[in-house]
Design a protein around this ligand. Sequence first.
Ligand SMILES: Nc1ncnc2c1ncn2[C@@H]1O[C@H](COP(=O)(O)OP(=O)(O)O)[C@@H](O)[C@H]1O
Ligand SMILES: Cc1ncsc1CCOP(=O)(O)O
Ligand SMILES: [Mg+2]
Length: 275
Amino acid sequence: MAISLSCPPGSQLERLRQTTPLVHNITNHVAMTPSANTLLAIGASPLMAHALEEIQDIVRVADVLCINIGTLSVPWIEAMQLAAEAAHLAGKPWVLDPVGVGASLLRQQTCRVLLDHQPSVIRGNASEILALAGEASQSRGVDSGDDAEDAIVRATQTAISLAQQHGCVVAMTGLVDVVTDGKQLIRITGGHPLMGRVTAMGCALSSVVAAFIAANDEPLSATASALACYAYAGECAGYHATGPGSFVPAFLDTLYTLDGETPPLETRMEITNVA
Ligand SMILES: Nc1ncnc2c1ncn2[C@@H]1O[C@H](COP(=O)(O)OP(=O)(O)O)[C@@H](O)[C@H]1O
Ligand SMILES: Cc1ncsc1CCOP(=O)(O)O
Ligand SMILES: [Mg+2]
């Protein structure tokens, strides 16, 4: 059953721009600069910080936290745990990006502990969503190997179960994106294959999701809006680009010029009830 969003996506982007949320990122070495540039382009304020000694101060001052496990080390894991706990206790929203969780035991154990601190949103590709739930996946390092139609169908069910189990929103991205809170499922179309040929596009998206949920009250529709903006910008940039090199500046420029008048992002969304 298709229903309309309670809050039009254009106004969610507008609220982001009006409030300029401060997004605290504990992210990987690859994604730091791309994520900061992406947040600035869309209208949020990035802050990268991972020192254990300052992590609670940073959580206190930031509007939202995004934890990305892409390049783990033990001191960073301690900081991630402390940050997630502090955010949860302070009632601040936080996003988990389980980069390459199927690739190592360390990543799996880290995610298990982080999940105890109740993320608001989990954002990953299909292989990461399957691996996070302890299911078999064709994980290929940080890239998804579960892009075939049957794998996506299975991973979508897993995303719904994960959302129900952890009481959070799960965003699973790829050729098609799905967002669920375990009750509703929103399918978002758009984007461009070049998005898979540039590193840290998913990581930066997780940070953008964080900015949207900080600026808006309802995490399910805020996450869907973030994904719809991203998909729209990716599609436009892909149209103008001749390859991954020219895609990146075109993508940042499109995010920067998105506004409330941008063609109906809600037309990219199809909503169904699942529970
Ligand atoms: N083949 C594709 N066609 C359209 N959009 C894509 C494609 N692959 C990835 N994307 C988009 O790229 C962004 C990052 O998603 P994804 O590649 O799944 O993340 P990750 O980089 O973490 O694996 C999402 O907005 C997603 O919709
Ligand atoms: C290549 C790589 N290796 C460790 S983290 C990382 C970046 C992954 O970025 P994304 O998940 O957005 O593709
Ligand atoms: Mg990723």
